[in-house]
Design a protein around this ligand. Structure first.
Ligand SMILES: Nc1ccn([C@@H]2O[C@H](COP(=O)(O)OP(=O)(O)OP(=O)(O)O)[C@@H](O)[C@H]2O)c(=O)n1
Ligand SMILES: Nc1nc2c(ncn2[C@@H]2O[C@H](COP(=O)(O)OP(=O)(O)O)[C@@H](O)[C@H]2O)c(=O)[nH]1
Ligand SMILES: [Mg+2]
Length: 182
């Protein structure tokens, strides 16, 4: 699942997991767990994330791979949230893990994303939910991550979902896209 910061990926992923039972892997959550562990690596990650920059490709890919392997024998399929963030990440993922069968592109206007993130920041406690970092995350999203969508469009696996709607209406569209896989 791809989409800008605050577009609603986390919200939709939770609903997909509840309905379809896929294994949810959020690269952002994996990174935040490493930060929370207080490890040396976590401290370096924290500094990068606070600036709204991207963590080195191999670090994120290794974390995703380990998390996938840990669930391999019980998983009905994987739902990967917030990855790849740049075309190179997508290419490396395919080399080391495999090709995805669907890219759900959760699309919201930048003003919508900013206002959702500012609101989330009131309670999330996330170091990157502040005005300055949100702006950087959005810029980087348009520069590095949107090209990822074009890359997968070339493969015909992108389903674009309008996430300006209410959560349940967005989810109805997400469900249709997943059901069409079967
Ligand atoms: N593949 C990834 C995923 C995340 N990050 C880092 O982790 C931060 C938070 O990622 P994530 O939780 O996915 O955040 P967003 O998509 O920006 O927002 P959200 O939680 O709102 O999805 C990013 O800004 C970035 O610094 C990264 O470098 N590489
Ligand atoms: N109105 C509205 N708000 C939403 C929707 N999806 C998410 N939100 C809110 O927007 C914020 C960001 O959502 P989140 O799922 O964390 O987005 P992510 O950054 O893409 O993972 C949260 O505070 C959600 O409650 C939606 O479809 N409609
Ligand atoms: Mg999220």
């Amino acid at each position: 699942m791809a989409g800008g910061p605050g577009s609603g990926k986390g919200t939709q992923c939770e609903k997909v997991v509840a309905k379809y039972g896929y294994t949810h892997l959020s690269s952002g959550d994996l990174l935040r767990a490493e930060v929370a562990s207080g490890s040396e690596r976590g401290k370096q990650l924290q500094a990068i994330m606070q600036k709204g920059e991207l963590v080195p490709l191999d670090t994120v890919l290794d974390m995703i791979k380990d998390a996938m392997i840990a669930k391999a024998d019980v998983s009905k399929g994987y739902l990967i949230d917030g990855y790849p963030r740049e075309v190179k990440q997508g290419e490396e993922f395919e080399k080391k893990i495999g090709a995805p069968s669907l890219l759900l592109y959760i699309d919201a206007k930048s003003e919508t994303m900013v206002s959702r993130l500012m609101k989330r920041g009131e309670t999330s406690g996330r170091a990157d939910d502040n005005e300055e970092t949100i702006k950087k995350r959005l810029d980087l999203y348009y520069k590095a991550t949107e090209p990822v969508i074009a890359f997968y469009e070339g493969r015909g696996i992108v389903r674009k979902i309008n996430s300006e709607l209410a959560v349940d209406d967005v989810f109805a569209e997400v469900s249709k896209a997943i059901d069409a896989l079967k």
